[in-house]
Write a protein that binds this ligand. Structure first.
Ligand code: PMP
Length: 312
């Protein structure tokens, strides 16, 4: 995105004017919380935001955990996101709300600073694919993952239920390590050696025909795509176990996929140079991916109504 409008503290401002001061607290001390939402063109020709209420509630909850009063209700934030998409005349886009401690008083304590809230939108077609290390894209092959040498942040060190900017220094180290080693993405273990999530996606495996994903107590974010996949699986008679997953099980799973707002449902083809299945999306991954795509595009009677907020 290089032009258009950005919502900043209640007004839509020009892209070039959405600036912050160099002494912004969040820039120095990572005191920000944010969201990622997608807007899809639906089957009736209109655009709709996927699980907008859930994303804005998570933003408010993340703020609450960090003593950050955003100064807007969930409904006001939802309207602001819709206004931003409309102002940018986008049919399909990614929406990034962020709340952060601004410029005021330096020092680790953020409290003397004002909280600012902004919402930007941009086109983000495929987040995980060739180009950042190859694979995982339109060639049909799944993403190539490596188990990171970086341990995922312990929930005793940071509240991992908050989608906070601070969490992403750990994610970025893992992702850069993976890309430099020629992989697409990193999968992270916790201090007990159990699987948590990828740098910015949740992870699912299919093992002995059963679907499983790590619990949020592992340090994984309570992903909204993860929750959607679990609801879709349940509705279609597929049981999903929320349980600890070991590194060995990643290598011996018959299918592995990642979920996230930006990445959507992304099949995994290899982990640490061990092929998963035949290296392409497995049967259950394909089924859940297509059911998810139907839901986001308004083609699913059961979920689309509850999960989609029309833009117009
Ligand atoms: N884990 C992390 C660390 C993430 O950054 C994301 C992206 N928000 C996810 C999981 C997936 O969450 P969601 O499905 O809500 O986008």
């Amino acid at each position: 995105m290089t032009e258009g409008k950005i919502w900043l503290n209640g007004s839509l401002v020009d892209y070039d004017n959405a600036k912050i001061h160099i002494l912004t607290h969040a820039l120095h001390y990572a005191t920000g919380v944010f969201e990622g939402i997608r807007c899809y063109k639906t089957v009736n020709g209109n655009s709709a935001m996927f699980r907008l209420q859930d994303h804005m509630q998570r933003l408010l909850d993340s703020g609450r955990i960090y003593f950050m009063d955003l100064g807007y209700t969930r409904q006001q934030l939802e309207k602001a996101a819709i206004d931003t998409v409309k102002a940018n005349r986008m049919e399909e886009c990614y929406i990034r709300p962020i709340a952060y401690y601004g410029y005021g008083k330096m020092g680790v304590n953020p409290m003397p600073n004002k909280v600012s809230v902004a919402i930007a939108v941009w086109k983000w077609d495929e987040y995980l694919k060739g180009g950042e290390g190859g694979g995982g894209g339109s060639d049909g092959k799944g993403a190539r993952l490596m188990v990171s040498s970086w341990t995922r942040i312990d929930p005793k060190s940071l509240p991992m239920g908050a989608k906070a900017t601070a969490n992403y220094a750990n994610s970025a180290l893992a992702r850069v390590e993976a890309i430099k080693a020629g992989f697409d993405e990193a999968v992270m273990l916790n201090s007990a050696g159990m699987v948590v999530e990828a740098s910015a996606e949740n992870i699912f495996i299919v093992k002995d025909g059963a679907l499983a994903t790590p619990p949020t107590t592992s340090g994984a974010l309570a992903g909204i795509t993860r929750d959607s996949i679990m609801a879709i699986a349940k509705e279609n008679g597929i049981e999903c176990k929320v349980r600890d997953i070991s590194r060995d099980e990643l290598y011996t799973a018959s299918e592995v996929f990642l979920t996230g707002t930006a990445a959507e449902v992304k099949p995994v083809g290899e982990i640490d140079n061990r092929m998963i299945g035949d290296g392409r999306a497995g049967k259950m991954t394909k089924q859940l991916k297509s059911l998810f795509e139907a839901a986001v595009h308004g083609k699913d009677k059961k979920f689309s109504k509850a999960w989609l907020t029309p833009v117009n």
